[in-house]
Each structure stands twice: as structure tokens, then as C-alpha cells.
Write a protein that binds this ligand. Structure first.
Ligand code: HEM
Length: 510
């Protein structure tokens, strides 16, 4: 075995070689810019390392949004030969990411995909045939009409959540997480929300949490220097490799165990109806496509919907007037106080629908969507975007755009109320862009609606109370990885009335 000094020298040599290749590639791409147009503006790069030090590893959307004032709606950064283009307005994000198919690819992410084992997950797949097959499979159960079949199951699961909320309101975030996980995995006809058969899949949350932290450019060094992947695990400073190895084992188990269980049930003729069993029984699909599509729906769906629901709790705790207005609308429509709102009531609840949009805008769950990759050189309004660039639609910046939203910091559902003067609908960007936009948007929307309307019908959410019983401002921080969620939120959650308590008790007894 080589001694550590030789290995250190070898690693240095690899880094230098990689860097030289990047510079060569850069020059090559520049020569592929026949119009000789400039890159979009951006912070001045430093010698050799470019903008590497300018890109924050966490909550980078905040810095990108600040730069909008200095550099505008399209910004270029270069980190050790990697080109990053940030789009800071809806119009540009729409024009490039929604309209031009060349941005439908994903950048290669060695840490996440190769080392941590997330390569097969749909959000990480390159724009190829496997991705198309998986999107088609998922579409079969996630398109708008198919979602209607889920209504009874979603209502059932929400009722379980409500009774848990009555029993231990202080654990609302944990209850929410468990419910969105179960709901995300439910099949339209499955009928036992209390079942703990999902345990296997709930376990690796921390693995998913880690994945959401490293998924952006600049978050980990190995993404900038992919050759570091080949550093031996025992090498000093290679803890990332040791950790990744352990995570990979868990990820692959998380993906394969539920699949193998359903497959065994299908073979034995005892499978409960589910996405996986239906695809297997169909018999025409690649097994790996089925397995990774099922895992993708769980991993992409649970954390995001959980984040939106925690944001909803924060909004209600801090905006009692909005809460009261939404509750009055619900009371008006439901009339009887011994039943919960259902999907059928949705069209009669315009203010609640505005509130749902405002939840997506106020603190978007995915403030940079997911990174896209330009498959070829492109031009936009006199600027050059080189093929291979990572392109980020800055959702956060769109939500804060004063040219689009009045008082963007304020939680104010009224901005969407009047159809003629309504501000930009967040559903046009909060779920991402173009062909890579969220595959589960209809499911997420249905889940959020039924949860929000049922909670509002039965509970009051208020600010937390201090030592003397007085209301105090909730202290929250926002998470800064791929998912943005208020953390450590405390609030006071109480049934709205005696009738609500009776209704919740009857649900608990069901
Ligand atoms: C509030 C909830 C959700 C939000 C805010 C959200 C947001 C997003 C965003 C921003 C993307 C990336 C889009 C882009 O690259 O431009 C995405 C991708 C994706 N989402 Fe969601 N999502 C949510 C819920 C769900 C649910 C419930 C599911 C599944 C049941 C799901 C499945 C997926 C999948 C499979 C992708 C990858 C799409 C691809 O790369 O082709 N999402 N989501």
C-alpha cells in the first residue's frame, strides 16, 4: 500500500490535473461562443478560484437575491471552472427553464449520486430514456384525474392527524411528518392509517435530511473536484467518504426493502393495491424503474409537503386575522359543526385557496427549485450561457420581487383574491420549471388542501405563551439546504370550541 505522503501528492496531482482540464474545457467553450457575447454579469471572480468563496454553502438563495440589486435578473458565477447561472425573476426563469428544452437536464452531483447512492432517484436522473420512463410511470398515478381517487384516503389520514393533534398538540410537527409520509405512500384504497408498516421507510429521515443539505453547487468540495471521490476512505479529511458509505447502505435499503416486500406479496397473490403492485402486475415495466419511481415519490414528496405545512402553522400563529377570515369562510360553507370539510367543498372556499397559494409564496419549500443543466450553449438577451452550466431558478427571489408582489414580506392571501388584479400565481414557479417541474404537484396540492382546511375547521393556532402566560413571538430559523422550513416552531394549538372537541372525539373513536 502506498504511504500517506505519496497519496497526498497523488491527490494534489489529481486536483491540479482536474483544474487544468477545467481550464481547457473553459477555453474550449469560450471558442464555442461564435457570437463572442459576454457571460451575464456577476460578482468579480477571484484569481484561480473564481467565485467559489462568494457562494454560501447554505441558504444561497438569500445572497443570490441580494445580488439582484447589483447585477440584475440573470447572474453568472464561476467556481473552479464550473459555470452557474442564477435566474432572479419569473420572466427569465419562465423563458429559459419552462420554454427552452435545453435546460431539462440535471448537473452531475458526485457526492449525492455516486457516493451517497441517490443516483437512481428521479430528481437526479439525467434527461434520458430512463427519466422519461419513470416520469410516465409516476404520471399514471399523479395526474389530476388520478388524484381524485386518493380523496377518501387523504381524508382518512387527515382525520387520524387531527386526533393526534388533539392528544399532543406540542408535537404537531412530528405528527405532520408521520402523516405526510404515510399519505405519500398510501394507495387510494388502502384503509389503515394507524398501521406502522411504513416504519421501514420512516427510519432514514436523517439520510434524506443530509441529502437535502448537499444537493446544491458549492455545498461539498467533492462536487467541485470529482476526483476526490477516489481518495481512500481512511485518508485524513476523507470523513465524507466514510459517512457517504454508511448513508449509501441505508439509501439502497430504503429503496429496495419496500419494493421487495411488495414483490413477494405480488408473487404470493396477496398484495394490497399500490403503485408498486399495480406496476408489477402490469408486467411490462423494468423492475428498477418501478423501484426507483416509488422511492422518488416518497423522498421528493414527504419533506416538501411537511415544510409547507409547518409554514402554514407559522403563518396562522402570526396572522390571527387571516386565520379568522378563513375559518369564517369554512363555517359558512360547512354550516353543520359535526362534520369536516371535504374535497367537494373546495370550489366554495376561495379564500382558503388563496391562503394555500400564499403559503407557497411566503416561505417557498424549495427556494431554488432543483438545479437544471444547460445541455448546449445558449444565448439570452445578449448574454452567453455555456453548455454544461448549472442553471438555478431562484424561486425565493421571485417571491420577494416588489415588481410582482405588494409588500412581499407580508402574509396576505388577499393578493390573489380578485381574479382581475391577482398577483402572479405561485403555482407557476413554486413547484419548479419546465419538463423537470414537480411530478407530484397535484398530489401535494390535494394533500395540503385537505390538511389545511380540516385543521382550520377544528383548531385555533396561536403564538406560543411565555412564562407568565402572555403570547410571545415565535422564534424560528429557516433551514438552509434544498428544503426551506421554519425550524423549532412553537405555537399554541387548541380545539376551536366544544363542538370541535366533540367532533374530534368522534373521529378518534372511529
Ligand atoms: C409542497 C410540496 C412540494 C413542493 C414545493 C415540490 C417542489 C418540487 C420542485 C421545486 C421540484 C424540482 C423542479 C425543477 O427542477 O424545476 C420537484 C421535483 C419533483 N417532485 Fe416535488 N414538490 C412537492 C411535493 C411533491 C410530491 C408530493 C411528490 C410525489 C408524490 C413530488 C415528486 C417530485 C418528483 C418525482 C420530482 C422530480 C422531477 C424531475 O426531476 O423530473 N413532489 N418538486
Amino acid at each position: 500500500m502506498a504511504d500517506p505522503t505519496t497519496l497526498a501528492l497523488f491527490s494534489l496531482f489529481c486536483c491540479a490535473l482536474y483544474f487544468a482540464l477545467q481550464r481547457y474545457q473553459l477555453r474550449h467553450l469560450q471558442s464555442a461562443n461564435p457570437r463572442k457575447l459576454p457571460y451575464p454579469p456577476g460578482p468579480k471572480p477571484e484569481l484561480i478560484i473564481g467565485n467559489t468563496r462568494h457562494i454560501p454553502p447554505h441558504s444561497s438563495w438569500l445572497q443570490y437575491t441580494k445580488w439582484k440589486k447589483d447585477f440584475g435578473d440573470i447572474i453568472h458565477l464561476e467556481a473552479l471552472g464550473k459555470h452557474i447561472v442564477v435566474l432572479n425573476s419569473y420572466d427569465i426563469s419562465h423563458e429559459l427553464l419552462d420554454v427552452r428544452p435545453t435546460y431539462s437536464d440535471r448537473p452531475n452531483a458526485p457526492m449525492l449520486c455516486d457516493l451517497m447512492g441517490w443516483k437512481g432517484i428521479v430528481p437526479n436522473l439525467p434527461y434520458d430514456d430512463k427519466w422519461r420512463r419513470c416520469r410516465k410511470l409516476m404520471h399514471s398515478i399523479l395526474h389530476k384525474d388520478a388524484i381524485k381517487d386518493y380523496s377518501p384516503a387523504l381524508e382518512r389520514y387527515t382525520r387520524v392527524f387531527l386526533s393526534q393533534l388533539m392528544d399532543s398538540p406540542e408535537s404537531f410537527s412530528e405528527h405532520l411528518r408521520l402523516q405526510v409520509t404515510k399519505i405519500d405512500l398510501c394507495s387510494p384504497r388502502k384503509s389503515n392509517p394507524s398501521s406502522n408498516r411504513f416504519k421501514l421507510i420512516v427510519v432514514p429521515e436523517d439520510t434524506i435530511a443530509t441529502a437535502t443539505k448537499v444537493a446544491f453547487p458549492g455545498a461539498v468540495l467533492v462536487d467541485t473536484f470529482p476526483l476526490l471521490m477516489y481518495v481512500p476512505s481512511w485518508f485524513p479529511g476523507a470523513a465524507f467518504k466514510r459517512n457517504a458509505k454508511a448513508w449509501k447502505k441505508i439509501v439502497l435499503k430504503m429503496v429496495s426493502d419496500p419494493y421487495l416486500r411488495v414483490k413477494a406479496d405480488v408473487d404470493a397473490g396477496v398484495a394490497a393495491p399500490s403503485f408498486t403492485s399495480a406496476c408489477l402486475e402490469d408486467g411490462t415495466h423494468d423492475e428498477r424503474d418501478i423501484m426507483w419511481s416509488a422511492a422518488s415519490m416518497y423522498t421528493a414528496g414527504a419533506d416538501t409537503t411537511h415544510a409547507s405545512l409547518v409554514t402554514f402553522f407559522l403563518a396562522m400563529a402570526t396572522h390571527p386575522d387571516v386565520q379568522a377570515k378563513a375559518q369564517a369562510e369554512i363555517d359558512q360553507v360547512i354550516k353543520a359543526n359535526n362534520k369536516l370539510p371535504s374535497f367537494e367543498d373546495r370550489d366554495s372556499l376561495p379564500y382558503v385557496n388563496c391562503l394555500l397559494k400564499e403559503v407557497q409564496r411566503w416561505i417557498p419549500a424549495t427556494p431554488l427549485a432543483l438545479p437544471h443543466r444547460a445541455m448546449e450553449n445558449d444565448y439570452y438577451e445578449g448574454y452567453y450561457i455555456s453548455g454544461g452550466s448549472i442553471v438555478l431558478g431562484n424561486v425565493w427571489s421571485i417571491t420577494q420581487d416588489e415588481a410582482v408582489y405588494q409588500n412581499p414580506k407580508q402574509f396576505w392571501p388577499e393578493r390573489f383574491e380578485n381574479l382581475e388584479t391577482a398577483e402572479l400565481d405561485p403555482y407557476k414557479y413554486a413547484f419548479g420549471f419546465g419538463r423537470r417541474s414537480c411530478a407530484g404537484v397535484n398530489f401535494a396540492d390535494a394533500l395540503l388542501y385537505i390538511a389545511v382546511v380540516s385543521i382550520l375547521a377544528t383548531f385555533n393556532i396561536r403564538k406560543p405563551r411565555g412564562e407568565n402566560g402572555e403570547e410571545v413571538e415565535p422564534k424560528v430559523t429557516l433551514t438552509g439546504g434544498i428544503i426551506c422550513r421554519p425550524e423549532n416552531l412553537k405555537c399554541t394549538i387548541q380545539p376551536r370550541s366544544d363542538a370541535a372537541i366533540a367532533l374530534l372525539r368522534s373521529i378518534a373513536d372511529e
